[in-house]
Design a protein around this ligand. Structure first.
Ligand code: ATP
Length: 140
């Protein structure tokens, strides 16, 4: 059976996750508050939804209960990211991965119950630095 994912926030990071999961044949629900972003993913994701993820009723009505993993990729609006994460965990989503903007954001996300917190720019910077040190720059 195909795994089901939801990606909330279709910026560069969330968009890239959505594309890659879909390319790998996964069922992806792509959600963004911005209509233009949503239309970009209409032919890529299995389902697209234009909605505000901080609206509990929206997330409830999406029936995310069967989703294996939700990725919250809202960047600048830290409050929206935290509230979305809180609602998802309250709805019983098993695995929620969230992109954090800073250490303070990460700390709160961990308290709220986020299962994985990632800092894409920081983590990629670290990886590249290590590759540079090992002269293996072609392999990142
Ligand atoms: P990236 O670096 O991945 O491009 P970013 O960290 O700059 O993104 P933003 O552009 O602020 O992050 O947000 C990512 C996406 O999340 C945007 O497409 C934005 O429309 C969407 N978004 C922001 N708030 C909400 C919300 N409440 N509900 C749904 N989507 C939202």
């Amino acid at each position: 059976m195909k795994k089901e994912f939801a990606v909330i926030g279709l910026g560069r990071f969330g968009g890239s996750i959505c594309r890659e999961l879909s390319r790998e044949g996964m069922q992806v629900i792509a959600l963004d508050i911005d209509e233009q972003k949503v239309s970009e993913y209409r032919d890529i994701a299995a389902h697209t939804v234009m909605a505000d993820s901080t609206d509990e009723n929206v997330l409830r009505e999406l029936g995310l209960r069967n989703i294996d993993h939700v990725i919250v990729a809202i960047g600048d609006n830290i409050q929206a990211s935290m509230l979305t994460t809180l609602i998802l965990k309250e709805l019983g989503i098993k695995t929620v991965t969230v992109k954090a903007q800073n250490d303070y954001h990460e700390k709160i996300l961990n308290r709220i119950g986020a299962d994985h917190v990632i800092h894409p720019e920081r983590d990629m910077g670290k990886r590249i630095a290590h590759h540079i040190i090992s002269n293996n720059i072609l392999d990142y």
